[in-house]
Write a protein that binds this ligand. Sequence first.
Ligand code: XMP
Length: 534
Amino acid sequence: MTETVSHDPRPRETTVTPQDASTPQDTIAVVDFGSQYTQLIARRVREEGVFCRIHPCTAPIEEIVGDRAALRGIVLSGGPASVYWADAPVMRLELLEQGVPVLGICYGLQATIKALGGAVAPGDAGGEYGRTELHAEAVPGAPERSVVWMSHGDRVESLPAGFTAIASSDGCPFAAVEGLEGRFLGLQFHPEVSHTEYGAAILSDFLHDRCGAGRGWQMGSYVEDASRAIRERVGDGRVICGLSGGVDSSALALLLHHALGDKLTCIFVDNGLLRQGEARQVVDTFQGAFGLRLQAIDAGDEFLAALTGVTDPEAKRKAIGKVFIDVFARAARDCGDAAFLAQGTLYPDVIESMAAHGGPTMTIKTHHNVGGLPDDLKFKLIEPFRELFKDEVRQVGRLLGLPEAIVSRHPFPGPGLAVRIPGEITREKLATLRAADAIFREELTRSGWMARTAQAFAVLLPVRSVGVMGDVRTYESVVALRCVDTPDFMTADWSQLPYELLALVSSRIINEVAGVNRVVYDISSKPPATIEWE
Ligand code: XMP
């Protein structure tokens, strides 16, 4: 979500995914009834080495089934609805008639039971939330007693013919059920969340034993399959790819280079708003160490000119986005004969746009990427990561030798330091912020705290404060330090950094960075604050 490379909003008529090149691989269809955990289900399935795709529960059955020869099983997610709501998502019985095992989780279980003529009691009968003890009689993967994670209002009251209970909890006689001659497994609890002790084992049993899915989804074979698909698609053509130095575009560039060698040209736009040493590092790593054809464009002056007099945060983003497009488009035209443009679109981006087109509600990340490219650039798109989660992209990067510092890099916003300098941007302010930020990050890395937090940076505040240095009064700038812990950047807590570390950083910044006489630590959570100051 925080790559500096733009996402082109034009319709994607053609993409490259490994499936284009390989024999059908075992696939699980995850049907989304709007659960906040749907993406987690998909990630757990893939962690078991099984490929899966998420489909809105409203998608046509043929789309959910996809290549029937590859389909091994269906997972029905939970969801926020009650089966009693007038607009409750509908469970279509065709999903049970595909001849593959089906796992119904929470709402997926309740909706199936109701559709088959069983009884589901509404929420006021007493739901269960949080850790609950499961008494399992015959749940493959789970022992007799274990802790599971429940989160349901409605509950199953009686089963349709041919179904049996295989586990219960104190508040729920049907915590797990089996039916349809072993083809349906229903769980009232959530096996996908880490609080469910044997969740991974239960899912593993379902996928490998019940569905017979192999462990073919491995990033090593993904890299080779995707490379083959890219080579076939590109033929004798040429590809360009924007490189920002973030993990997605870096892994993308290496994958394309692995597949295409010199048929790839990467374009790196140095917008003058990067952190200390960053532009140099991108060039050294990709042109130097990896030998990629890299066009590095020093466009700092152009960006700074566009930002002159601009103080509103959104206006800054717009100005930066516009210059980025101009510069990138110019560089792309200079590449003349390139017919393809590669982009690092990830699966969550795809799911998000899918949800926006009629699927049930899902957690939606804020995207602040700079805008798309002009229409007269008639590229064919290549998006090899369209079906990958971020942690899978990191694995691809690692496999291709991407340095760990880039693989596990904290996100850095597209508009860069411009949104960390409230007010007008000047060259001097950028230099001050760069120096302070570098000290903060250096000490975080040295102390091991960098790896323990999600994002850390300095902000140059638009105020000056009085200080005293020697016996002289100073009237200088204030730097705020921001460091947050967050699983997803949607909500965040400020990191409880040790006082000694904060003291060291503060003292170094005040002593080493000219023009700064005060350092403060931002202790606001998101919400109500945001991670960036602008
Ligand atoms: P906020 O400030 O919205 O940030 O809490 C959440 C995450 O998004 C990043 N961010 C951006 N990334 N362009 C980007 O590519 C932007 O304009 C932008 N604004 C915020 C932020 O760094 C954090 O990781």
